[in-house]
Design a protein around this ligand. Structure first.
Ligand code: BTN
Length: 326
């Protein structure tokens, strides 16, 4: 377990300025060696800290850390539409919210974490990220309809992400079925949706989203696919609080639309963003085999349609992975 002062001290250091050990010790009412110990832990979490004799500690550069008040301010008029919880550290925001959802927590609850110690991806993979490397959060959405009516939900969520990114001027952001967000065929964001409830209603979806903000090379080396981050895509400093607020607004809009009309209403827009529309692809199937074909599009329920040698085939997201051939 991380030292209880590690994150509070990091918040004080987030301005990128020097803070003396003495001033930090005084502020937190602890000894200087406690401060030192807490910062040693920060290093083990992958945060670099400069320590200069006589001046104190500072981060290599100022960073925006997630904080609840800033997200709420950025939500403006929509702040009452969401319950926001920001945690310093969680195993996984999805795991946490799935447990809370079972205990009847309200819909539109958003759980974000500065650090996930066991972030989960699709198909049993890990979502790897250190403090400040990615925006990681989950949103609980309750539906009157049953889980059976939620096919296409993960694609709808992709539309919400792309709208936000395009709104920020990142026009090259695209989707890869079912719901990865790519820039130039490199992965920027992933979505993991987990469902609760009956097939015929009511049901709840925990919508987990991870977006790369600033990925150090050591972390990229641990990931088995090409990745990109928002900072290199925009050449700008990204404020995760503002980004989270924009994403929640867009998600709320898309999810209301989805509740009333399903994915069918968003399908044309989704297709426009698909990086592999009409492109040759290979599909990695759960039994380890591969299938080649050309993407025809998606059906109104989000199923992928692929033209193969044996005619059009239909694939549901589950365990399938799509790879481009060009
Ligand atoms: C994928 O691309 O495989 C999906 C990645 C989803 C990662 C996010 S990060 C926040 C939420 N909590 C998790 O444990 N996973 C999702």
């Amino acid at each position: 377990m991380t030292h209880s002062l590690t994150f509070p001290i990091l918040r004080r250091l987030s301005d990128g300025r020097f803070h003396s050990g003495q001033a930090l010790a005084k502020h937190f009412k602890v000894t200087r060696s406690t401060i030192w110990n807490a910062l040693q832990e920060a290093e083990t979490l992958g945060v670099s800290i400069f320590s200069v004799r006589g001046r104190g500690y500072r981060l290599p550069a100022p960073v925006h850390l997630l904080d609840r008040a800033s997200v709420i301010t950025a939500l403006g008029e929509q702040q009452s539409a969401f319950n926001i919880e920001i945690h310093d550290q969680l195993e996984s925001t999805n795991t946490y919210l799935m447990e809370k959802a079972a205990q009847n927590i309200a819909g539109a609850t958003c759980i974000a974490a500065l650090l996930q110690t066991r972030g989960r991806g699709r198909r049993g993979r890990l979502w790897q990220s250190g403090v400040g490397n990615s925006l990681t959060f989950s949103l609980l959405w309750r539906f009157q309809s049953g889980a059976a009516a939620l096919s296409g939900l993960s694609l709808a969520v992709g539309v919400a992400l792309i709208r936000t990114l395009h709104g920020l001027g990142i026009a090259s952001a695209q989707l890869k079925w079912p719901n990865d967000v790519l820039i130039g065929h490199q992965k920027l964001a992933g979505i993991l949706i987990e469902l609760q409830g009956d097939m015929d209603g009511p049901s709840a979806a925990v919508i987990g989203i991870g977006i790369n903000l600033r990925m150090p090379q050591e972390l990229r080396n641990c990931i088995d696919q090409p990745v990109i981050d928002l900072e290199s895509a925009t050449q700008q400093d990204v404020n995760p609080n503002e980004l989270l607020a924009l994403l929640l607004q867009s998600l709320s809009h898309v999810l209301h639309d989805f509740e009333h009309h399903g994915f069918a209403n968003l399908r044309a827009e989704w297709t426009q963003y698909h990086a592999y529309q009409n492109k040759p692809v290979r599909l990695l199937l759960p039994n380890g085999s591969e299938l080649h074909g050309v993407v025809n599009g998606v059906a109104p329920d989000g199923i992928l349609l692929v033209n193969t040698d044996s005619g059009e085939q239909r694939f549901s997201a589950g365990e399938i992975s799509l790879r481009g051939l060009i």
